[in-house]
Design a protein around this ligand. Structure first.
Ligand SMILES: Cc1cc2nc3c(=O)[nH]c(=O)nc-3n(C[C@H](O)[C@H](O)[C@H](O)COP(=O)(O)OP(=O)(O)OC[C@H]3O[C@@H](n4cnc5c(N)ncnc54)[C@H](O)[C@@H]3O)c2cc1C
Length: 659
C-alpha cells in the first residue's frame, strides 16, 4: 500500500480546515490537506490554473440532478459512509436523522461555496467565557477581526449598493422590524471593493452582480470562499492538497511518539492509501468529524472520549417556504441579501430572514410553471440559540443523532413566528414535517475536562495529544447567528496555538517550507508532458520575454509510479520542449539571465504528488521530478527566489504503450 508522511494533516477544506491550515502554513508547518470533494469550476479556481474541476450544479437541471447530491446518510439503513450517489462530483451530503435533516457539502472550499455570505459574531457577547482554560472572548477577539477582514466582510449598512429588496418592499409593515439588518455583515465582493485582504496571489474574483447563484455555488467568486482566500495562498506557500481524497479512518500510532495514521480513499478511483502525521487536525464538518472520532473510538484506535457526542445543536434553524411571493414575469433573480428582521412583538434573540430561491434556469416546458413558482417563492428562515442538548451516538457503525428541535424554544418560537410572518404578509407557506438545518454543530465540543467536552481550550482532544478539532463539531453552543465567522475564528485560534512548530521551524520562507512534504516510494518511470502557465496578474505581464535561441528541459531524475496493480515500466525519460518554456520565461524578471527557481509540489484531483526543483539560465532548464502516479493535470505555485510569482500547471501522461 502507498504510504505517505506529513507533519500536519488537515482533514476538510471548509471554514474550519482551511483557516487552521493557513495559520499552520504561516507558522512553518509542513501541511497536507485532505478534501473528499473536487475543485469546482469557478472563476477563482480557473485563475489558479486548476483544470481538474467538476461542475457546480447550477447551470441546468441536468447538472443539478447529476451533481446535486454526493451521498445520502440515514441513521437506520445506510452504511458507515452513507449511500454514495455521486461521490466524485456531487455537491450536497444529506443526513436523515430521526427528528432532523441536515445538509453539508463535498468540495474544495466546503460549505463556503454554498453559504449565503452572512457574517456575524455569536449573539451572546460573553459567548466564549467560562468554556475552558485557554479560550475566552479576549483570546478570540483578534481572530474574529482577522478572519472578518480576510473574508472581506462589510457591514451591510455601509454599502448602499447591496440590494435590499425585501426590507424595502415590506418596510411599511409595522410588525416587521428590519433595524437588525444594520448589524449584519456580508462577505461578498461589492462593486469597487478590493478582492480580499490577502493581496498578490493573483487569484481572481469578480465583483458581485447580486444575481449570481448562491446556495448552489457561486461561479464568479464574488462571494468569499475558502478556496480563493485561504487554500490558494496556502498552496502558494507550500501546502499540499489532496482533492477528491476522503479520510475513511483515523488511528493513533502505536509508537511512543505522538502521531496518527489516516486511511484515505480516492473518491474517483476507489484506490486507498495511508498517511501518517504528527498532528492531525479534523475539519471535516460536524457529522463527518464525529463519524471519524466515533469509528476510531469503537476500534480502540484512540484514547476514549467520554463526552463524545454531547451538545448537538441545529442553531435553532427553522426553514419554511413562502409560495409565489414575486408575481410571475420576473424571471431574473433579484437578490434580497440584507433583509434580516425581527417580529416587533416577538423574541429579540430570534433572527428571521427572507432568502431567494436558487435554481437553475428552466427549459423544459412541462415543468416551467412549477419552476417559475419556485423562482418566485422565498425561503423564510429563522435561527436562534437552541437548547444545544442533542446527543450523537454510534450504533452499528452509523451515526445516530438524538436531537429533538421541537423541545427547544428557539425552534418552537421560530416556527410560530415564521407562520405569523407568512400570515401577516398574506402568503401561503409550507413547513417541512421534519426540522431541516444547515448549521449542525457540537458533539466534540470545547470543555474544561474530558467529562465536559472532547477538546480543550486550544482545540486538542483530551487524552489524544496531537489530535485537534477545528470545525463546527467543537463549537460549544449554538451561537444563534450565522455560525461560520465563529467557526473560522475558532479554527484561527487553534491553528495559531498548536504547539511547537517544529522540526520545520527553521523553514522561514515559503520555499523552505515546501521541502519534501511527501515521501514517495516505489520507483518507476512515467512519461511526462508539462506546461508552465504564468498568471498574468501575479507576474505582472502576459507578454513572452523569451530570449532567442533553443531551450531545453531535461528530467534528471527517474519517476515514481505508485499504482501497485500496474506493472512498472522502466524506460528512461528525457523531456525536451520549446513550447513550454516561453510560458515559463514570462515569469522571469527581465534582464536576469540566471536565477534559481523551485516549483513547489502540489496535489490535485488526481491525488498525485509531484516535486520539482530546478535551475534555469538563459539557455537551459533542469527539472527534477518525483511523482507518485499518473494523472492529467497538476497545479502548483512558482517561487522565484522565495517570492511567489505565479502558478504552473503540468500535464502528465504515460509513455505510449505503457500500461
Ligand atoms: C445553503 C447554505 C447556506 C449557508 N449560509 C450561511 C451563511 O450565510 N452564513 C454562515 O455563517 N453560515 C452559512 N452556512 C453554514 C456554513 O456553510 C457552515 O456552518 C460551515 O461551512 C461549516 O464549516 P465547517 O468547517 O465546520 O464544515 P464544512 O464547511 O462543511 O467543511 C467540511 C469539509 O470537509 C470535507 N470532508 C468531510 N468529510 C471528509 C473526509 N472524511 N475526508 C476528507 N474531507 C472530508 C467536506 O467535503 C467539506 O469540504 C450555510 C450552509 C448552507 C448549506
Amino acid at each position: 500500500m502507498i504510504e505517505l508522511e506529513t507533519q500536519a494533516l488537515v482533514i476538510g477544506s471548509g471554514f474550519g480546515g482551511a483557516v487552521a491550515a493557513s495559520r499552520l502554513v504561516e507558522r512553518g508547518y509542513r501541511v497536507t490537506m485532505l478534501e473528499r470533494g473536487p475543485w469546482r469550476n469557478t472563476v477563482p479556481v480557473a485563475s489558479m490554473n486548476v483544470r481538474q474541476t467538476k461542475e457546480l450544479p447550477i447551470k441546468s437541471w441536468w447538472h443539478l440532478i447529476r451533481n446535486g447530491v454526493t451521498s445520502f446518510n440515514d441513521w437506520r439503513f445506510t452504511g458507515k459512509r452513507g449511500l454514495g450517489l455521486n461521490r466524485a462530483a456531487g455537491t450536497f451530503e444529506v443526513n436523515n436523522q430521526p427528528k432532523v435533516i441536515s445538509a453539508c457539502t463535498s468540495q474544495v472550499g466546503g460549505g463556503s461555496l454554498v453559504w449565503g455570505g452572512s457574517v456575524a459574531r455569536p449573539y451572546r457577547e460573553d459567548y466564549w467565557e467560562n468554556r475552558a482554560e485557554g479560550v475566552s472572548e479576549a483570546v478570540l477577539a483578534p481572530h474574529y477581526e482577522r478572519v472578518y477582514s480576510e473574508l472581506g466582510a462589510t457591514f451591510s449598512r455601509a454599502a448602499s449598493e447591496i440590494p435590499d429588496t425585501w426590507a424595502h418592499t415590506w418596510s411599511a409593515v409595522e410588525e416587521l422590524d428590519f433595524s437588525s439588518k444594520d448589524t449584519l455583515s456580508l462577505a461578498h465582493m461589492l462593486p469597487g471593493s478590493k478582492e480580499n485582504s490577502l493581496p498578490g496571489w493573483g487569484i481572481h474574483r469578480e465583483e458581485s452582480t447580486f444575481r449570481s447563484h448562491l446556495s448552489l455555488g457561486c461561479l464568479d467568486g464574488s462571494k468569499a470562499s475558502t478556496d480563493a482566500i485561504y487554500i490558494g495562498p496556502s498552496l502558494a506557500a507550500g501546502m499540499t492538497l489532496l482533492a477528491s481524497c476522503e479520510a475513511i479512518s483515523i488511528s493513533k500510532l502505536d509508537t511512543k511518539d505522538d502521531g496518527y495514521s489516516v486511511m484515505v480513499r480516492r473518491s474517483d478511483t476507489g484506490e486507498t492509501f495511508r498517511i501518517t502525521c504528527e498532528k492531525l487536525i479534523l475539519g471535516a464538518g460536524t457529522f463527518n468529524t464525529l463519524r471519524l472520532l466515533f469509528d476510531a473510538q469503537a476500534r480502540d484506535a484512540l484514547v476514549p472520549m467520554p463526552a463524545l457526542g454531547q451538545g448537538i445543536s441545529g442553531n435553532g434553524d427553522e426553514i419554511s417556504l413562502m409560495w409565489d411571493v414575486r408575481k410571475s414575469g420576473q424571471k431574473e433573480p433579484r437578490r434580497g441579501l440584507a433583509s434580516p428582521f425581527h417580529l416587533s412583538d416577538g423574541h429579540k434573540d430570534l433572527q428571521h430572514a427572507f432568502i431567494e430561491m436558487d435554481l437553475p434556469d428552466y427549459r423544459w416546458p412541462i415543468f416551467s410553471s412549477i419552476v417559475r413558482a419556485l423562482h418566485n417563492s422565498l425561503l423564510l428562515v429563522s435561527m436562534g440559540i437552541d437548547a444545544s442538548n442533542g446527543r450523537a451516538q454510534w450504533k452499528k457503525d452509523r451515526l445516530e443523532i438524538d436531537f429533538d428541535p421541537s423541545q427547544s424554544d428557539a425552534n418552537v418560537d421560530g416556527e410560530r413566528e415564521n407562520r405569523a410572518v407568512a400570515g401577516l404578509l398574506g402568503f401561503r407557506s409550507f413547513f417541512s414535517p421534519k426540522r431541516i438545518t444547515v448549521h449542525p454543530s457540537g458533539g466534540a465540543r470545547v470543555g474544561e475536562s474530558d467529562q465536559e467536552g472532547v477538546v480543550n481550550g486550544c482545540g486538542e482532544v483530551w487524552g489524544n495529544r496531537g489530535l485537534y478539532v477545528v470545525d463546527a463539531a467543537a463549537i460549544p453552543e449554538a451561537p444563534g447567528t450565522p455560525p461560520s465567522l465563529n467557526i473560522a475564528a475558532w479554527a484561527s485560534h487553534v491553528g495559531a496555538s498548536i504547539d511547537d512548530a517544529t522540526s520545520a521551524a527553521d523553514a522561514t520562507g515559503p520555499v523552505a517550507a515546501v521541502a519534501s512534504p511527501m515521501k514517495p516510494l516505489h520507483p518507476n518511470r512515467l512519461g511526462l508532458l508539462f506546461s508552465l502557465m504564468p498568471n498574468p496578474v501575479a507576474s505582472g505581464t502576459s507578454e513572452t520575454i523569451l530570449p532567442s535561441g533553443t531551450w531545453h528541459a531535461r528530467c534528471v531524475q527517474k519517476f515514481s509510479w505508485l499504482t501497485p496493480w500496474r506493472r512498472p515500466r522502466s524506460r528512461g525519460f528525457t523531456f525536451e520542449s520549446k513550447e513550454c518554456l516561453p510560458k515559463l520565461v514570462t515569469l522571469m524578471p527581465q534582464g536576469e539571465p540566471d536565477f534559481k527557481f523551485v516549483l513547489a509540489n502540489a496535489w490535485d484531483g488526481s491525488g498525485l504528488a509531484w516535486q520539482w526543483r530546478g535551475r534555469i539560465d538563459s539557455r537551459h532548464v533542469e527539472v527534477q521530478m518525483r511523482s507518485l502516479g499518473n494523472g492529467d493535470s497538476y497545479l502548483g505555485p512558482v517561487h522565484v527566489e522565495g517570492k511567489f510569482v505565479g502558478w504552473y500547471e503540468m500535464t502528465s501522461s504515460r509513455e505510449p504503450g505503457a500500461e
